[in-house]
Design a protein around this ligand. Structure first.
Ligand code: SAM
Length: 411
């Protein structure tokens, strides 16, 4: 997929006739930021502004259709747009305003689980068709007129179209050129597939044995403990927190972990998730964060939360691209299994691992040899083909591994 990425905060300044104008600076790249969107023809973009107050939300279209294009070969867009008078008034009234850049054509606008699942497929498409099909994930950014620097933009993923569904999940990520602290394809697509179990049961992904097994695991227990490794900004963990109440009546604890530098953003995104639910005395989903470096994890050194319970499910997305880190990662998974066995005091226990990855190079296959050596069994593999606008299709793979107490005892 491609992502709209703000490179700096929007600037508002007087233009012609002293009317206010807004200047944006953004690009459209892949998740790794290694290639810019190169559409076959001009791609029409839309910029909207929404003002939210206690009486509701007003939305203005800031660029009329046909006014703003992403052209083949472009690397950045720097449009200056006139602001409607009503919008100027909203700014003057100090109302919270968000700007959104998206593809105008709905089929190219990847704003929700249903849309992303609809373009992903288990069967490869003809190349010609696939290069026309990919989608662009929109970005939102708050207008900060107080002079302070805006450091973050938002991704907002509609998880369900139904009024009784679980709405959308919003995560903030860093703006600018940095490739760190933002969402990646594997986490986004994994969340869409998990949301689809409830909202799109007829989709081929929801019927795949991998999703069926995940649904059984999440839905069949009174309480489940989920530990996420390398959570980044938290799209998968926070997203699961939003989806879980639709999959189960039980209680769920989700502990998201990463390196210290990821902590602030991950905590902030936990706080964005249904604040009322999280603050209630007995929330159905408890979301926690704790630092966990795999160099510590592989030695069995865990923080207070990570060693406080047995983890039924360990999950991770897009954490296997750095081959040098694979031994530490796999040994951390095994150390979590050993810690689980200590928690259950000799009772049989099976640790399951859900892993989502967008394979980027052949050397990543080493992961599977390491997992096998450590006694992890591959239960299911699911592959979703992901068309990319103007480029070769890519794929996202999901794996469900498990390791039981018997295997650990025999080692
Ligand atoms: C490509 S990002 C994926 C983030 C997130 N899972 C997602 O899908 O958006 C890889 C993540 O692995 C984390 N990571 C890398 N090395 C790590 C280590 N030694 N211990 C813990 N986390 C690590 C990074 O900080 C980063 O957040």
């Amino acid at each position: 997929m491609h992502y709209v990425r703000f490179l700096r905060a929007p600037k508002v300044a007087p233009g012609r006739g002293n009317r206010l104008q807004i200047q944006l600076l953004f690009t459209i790249t892949t998740d790794l930021g290694d290639s810019f969107l190169f559409p076959q023809k001009l791609l029409d973009l839309q910029v909207t502004a929404s003002a939210s107050s206690s009486i509701g939300t007003s939305t203005w279209l800031l660029s009329d259709p046909g006014r703003l294009y992403w052209e083949p070969g472009m690397r950045v867009a720097k449009p200056t747009l006139d602001l409607p008078v009503a919008f100027e008034r909203a700014i003057q009234a100090g109302v919270r305003i968000q700007i959104c850049v998206r593809a105008s054509e709905p089929s190219q606008h990847a704003d929700g689980a249903a849309k992303i699942l609809a373009i992903a497929s288990e069967k490869p498409r003809y190349r010609k068709e696939a290069t026309r099909m990919g989608a662009i994930v929109p970005a939102w950014i708050s207008l900060n007129l107080s002079g302070g620097d805006t450091e973050v933009s938002m991704r907002r993923l509609q998880l369900s179209d139904s009024p009784t569904g679980f709405g959308y999940v919003e995560v903030e990520e860093e703006i600018g050129e940095s490739i760190a602290r933002h969402v990646w394809d594997a986490g986004v697509v994994a969340l869409c597939a998990i949301a689809g179990i409830d909202t799109a049961p007829e989709n081929e992904s929801s019927k795949h044995p991998c999703m069926v097994a995940l649904n059984q695991l999440l839905g069949s227990r009174e309480a489940i403990n989920v530990l996420e490794l390398g959570c980044g900004v938290g799209i998968l963990g926070v997203g699961l927190g939003a989806v879980y109440p639709k999959l189960s009546q039980g209680q769920c604890t989700i502990l998201m972990t990463d390196l210290e530098e990821a902590e602030a953003r991950a905590r902030s995104n936990i706080a964005r998730l249904q604040p009322k639910t999280l603050e209630s005395e007995e929330p159905q989903v408890r979301m926690l964060y704790e630092n966990l470096d795999w160099e510590d994890g592989r030695q069995g050194r865990f923080g207070k939360e990570a060693e406080s319970r047995a983890w039924d499910l360990v999950m991770l997305s897009d954490c296997t691209y750095n081959v040098d880190m694979l031994p530490a990662l796999v040994e951390t998974l095994s150390a979590i299994h050993s810690s689980n066995l200590k928690q259950v005091l000799g009772e049989p226990f099976t640790t399951k691992v859900f892993l989502a990855t967008k394979p980027r190079h052949a050397s990543e296959r080493e992961l599977f040899e390491l997992m096998e050596k450590e006694g992890w069994e591959t239960l299911h593999k699911q592959v979703l083909q992901l068309p990319v606008l103007g480029a070769e299709p890519e794929s996202v793979e999901f794996y469900l591994f498990d390791k039981s107490s018997l295997i650990d005892e025999s080692r």
